[in-house]
Ligand binder design. Sequence first.
Ligand code: GDP
Ligand code: MG
Length: 325
Amino acid sequence: WPRVPGLGHSGSGSTLLGYIGIDTIIEQMRKKTMKAGFDFNIMIVGHSGLGKSTLVNTLFKSQVSRWSSGWGGEHKIPKTVEIKAVSHVIEEGGVKMKLTVIDTPGFGDQINNENCWDPISKYINEQYEKFLKEEVNIARKKRIPDTRVHCCLYFISPTGHSLRQLDIEFMKHLSRVVNIIPVIAKSDTMTPDEKNEFKHRVRKELETHGIEYYPQNEFDDDMEDKNENDKIREAMPFAVVGSDKEFQVNGKRVLGRKTAWGVVEVENPNHCEFALLRDFLIRSHLQDLKEVTHNIHYETYRARRLNDNGGLHPISANNTQESNL
Ligand code: GDP
Ligand code: MG
């Protein structure tokens, strides 16, 4: 664009024409976002007892997962993988987030876990399909409700040995359709040395099997992005600890777990990497998780779906609703 003389060279605006107010767009956007709120959908996968429910509750500091420890006492393991979504509205600083936690009880709990990721990948694709149907409607909603899975936390058992075949198969299949963030569960059960060695081994194995977890190398926007994400990738998978119990440490109430050596403080970066995961997931990359879901995973689904249909025909295959394409 040609530059208008006298405009915008200095931060203080033009001396000749005066202030226009372009920079107020930021405040306008902030107000709109605050009013509208936003959706964030997180899926948790891993075999039962790995602390999935506890960790999401710790992340959002409330009982966002219904199957938290102690809920209704003993819970029995379902015979097949179930998909359970629970939504909550969480508000902080005037900003509303509709959080949906998608739990997958039964995953990896059977003797034969062959294809047990099928119901999970089906669920993920169904959400893309729902969004696509809404998008191609003539009477398109101003704001399409977003049920797409923005992030899948995959819980690795703290065995200290290596990944299980199931871990590899799941992440291999699903990393193409959703943002996978692997975490090492219950890391308070390992010594610091065991933990570091295990993390190193897991990273190697993921690399060997060509598993691309989030944040994926290929989607780094620029050098700044790449440098920041490289640091995160080198620290992954985060070795986490979850808890809903408070302890008194140096006069402060902290979330933690009591062990033979003392209290493992969940939010203390010297004790575990919970805070790293929380900062990454919520404070620095939440918007990016949503964007990668929309621009890459959903877009891939959409292109394939429209292609399969010759691009022009109605896409409603199961005719629950007439398509208006
Ligand atoms: P889920 O089946 O994966 O959802 O696991 P839960 O969150 O229900 O936790 C199962 C059990 O493990 C409960 O007794 C929790 O108190 C315990 N637990 C949860 N997180 C941790 C952790 O980080 N470390 C340890 N040692 N135990 C944990
Ligand atoms: Mg659970």
